[in-house]
Design a protein around this ligand. Structure first.
Ligand code: PMP
Length: 445
């Protein structure tokens, strides 16, 4: 089917699209053809400002020749090499480079790196490392994994079990024993806050309640996104992450930060771990790791976790886990080139310099039709709309379509609009975003 018989529109039948209402999309497709800097170009030749860094991943902006050249060089030198009981230098080199900027304070960085192929794989890897670690230290009864309501941790069975999205869980079975903290979203007390809200640190005590309910000796790990992104930009209340860390320490529970979105400069520090000054035991990443250019993820582990796993007989595989594409040479090449760009252009801290103007710009949308909350941190924003009666998500979807037609890519989840522009964004583009979105909000019913 080429529904519109438009030039450059491919036949749409065969591709079963992910997380998409396929029939609705194919009736009115939105297709992107090229990308450069802050912009996409659609197949019909329109320039579209990228307000979302693709899917929270193109932190250094689009069309980076340095990354393309590094990938090309690597593919023509060695396209693939096995990583099981074999190695290739570029994977070790990339891990060493990542260790230099790893999350955590100097002297206690999480500088042991396990490569995966995506965010979902990073999450399931981290959960498995947590279970294997507990077993390795003689705590094999700890098999329970704790997540949080409204958490998004990808689509693997581990990730959907600790995640807290109904639609993601409804159809699929969950890992036995997984349980959840309440989410921290509280419009009544925390609406229209710039940065971390004041109220809600006590919600971390939910973990104490789960310990009282299940017994600490059954709980292996607790995983949260420091800032929940995909479920609508939920920013941790002041003191919340600190409290979670303290409760985990008290009860021998590993703390995992899912930094698939917040990693690599999104908040103005390399990692949310550093931004908030709270150090977990494991950090999951993907997306900005390779600027989205080649699929890849990485799990950062503390020395404590890593070293405890290195105790058995030397001939024994310490972690019975890995992927064909773990440490893929082309992905490592893309990753090293990406880190070079972040360093040379100062992008890891650029969000810190821009955030005040960004927050001002976003909060200037307060008072426009339908807007019931605006939340901002680093170079992220969430704008929550009042749902249309009986049709949750419909209003934000209409805004999304309107913005796309007017040249702005936004992301919507339910009735929340999320922004995460590439870190190369210029201040004057904040105005453009506000203007296109503001007009859309006035237009939609
Ligand atoms: N964790 C978090 C926090 C995410 O935001 C995402 C993706 N948005 C994932 C995991 C899953 O990553 P992927 O889609 O690469 O599997």
């Amino acid at each position: 089917m080429n529904a519109h018989n438009k030039p450059n529109t491919p036949v749409l039948d065969s591709y079963w699209m992910p997380f998409t209402a396929n029939r609705q999309f194919k009736a009115a497709p939105r297709l992107l053809a090229s990308a450069e800097g802050m912009h996409y170009t659609s197949v019909d030749g329109r320039r579209i400002l990228d307000g979302t860094a693709g899917l929270w991943c193109v932190n250094a902006g689009h069309g980076r020749r340095q990354i393309a050249a590094a990938v090309e060089r690597q593919l023509s030198t060695m396209d693939f090499a096995p990583s099981f009981q074999m190695g290739h230098p570029i994977a070790f080199d990339f891990a060493e480079r990542l260790a230099e900027i790893a999350p955590g304070p100097a002297g206690a960085k999480l500088d042991r790196v396990f490569f995966t192929g995506s965010g979902s794989e990073s999450v399931d890897t981290a959960l498995k490392i947590a279970l294997a670690y507990q077993r390795a230290i003689g705590q094999g009864t700890r098999t329970r994994l704790i997540g949080r309501e409204r958490g998004y941790h990808g689509v693997g069975f581990g990730g959907i079990s600790v995640g807290g999205i109904l639609n993601n869980r409804r159809v699929f079975p969950q890992l036995p024993g997984s349980d959840h903290l309440r989410h921290t979203h509280d419009l009544a007390r925390n609406a229209f806050v710039k940065g971390q809200p004041e109220h809600g640190a006590d919600l971390a005590d939910d973990l104490e309640r789960l310990v009282a309910l299940h017994g600490a000796e059954t709980i292996a790990a607790c995983i949260v996104e420091p800032v929940a992104g995909s479920t609508g930009v939920l920013i941790p209340p002041k003191g919340y992450l600190e409290r979670l860390r303290a409760i985990c320490d008290k009860h021998g529970i590993l703390l995992i930060f899912d930094e698939v979105i917040t990693g690599f400069g999104r908040l103005g520090a390399a990692f949310a771990t550093d931004y908030f000054g709270v150090t977990p035991d494991l950090v999951t990443t993907a997306k900005g790791l390779t600027n989205g250019a080649i699929p890849m993820g990485a799990v950062f582990a503390s020395r404590k976790v890593h070293d405890a796993m290195m105790q058995g007989p030397e001939s024994q595989i310490e972690l019975f886990h890995g992927y064909t594409y773990s440490g893929h040479p082309a992905a490592c090449a893309a990753g090293i080139a990406t880190l070079d760009i972040y360093r040379d252009e100062g992008l890891m801290t650029r969000a810190a310099e821009l955030q005040e103007d960004w927050h001002e710009a976003m909060h200037s949308l307060r008072g426009l039709p339908h807007v019931i909350d605006i939340r901002t941190i680093g170079l992220i924003a969430g704008i929550e709309l009042k749902s249309r009666d009986g049709a949750p998500g419909a209003r934000a979807y209409d805004v999304f379509v309107d913005c796309f037609e007017k040249g702005l890519l936004i992301r919507v989840t339910g009735d929340i609009i999320a922004f995460s522009p590439p870190l190369i964004v210029e201040k004057q583009q904040f105005g453009e975003i506000v203007s296109i979105l503001g007009d859309a909000l006035k237009r939609v019913q």
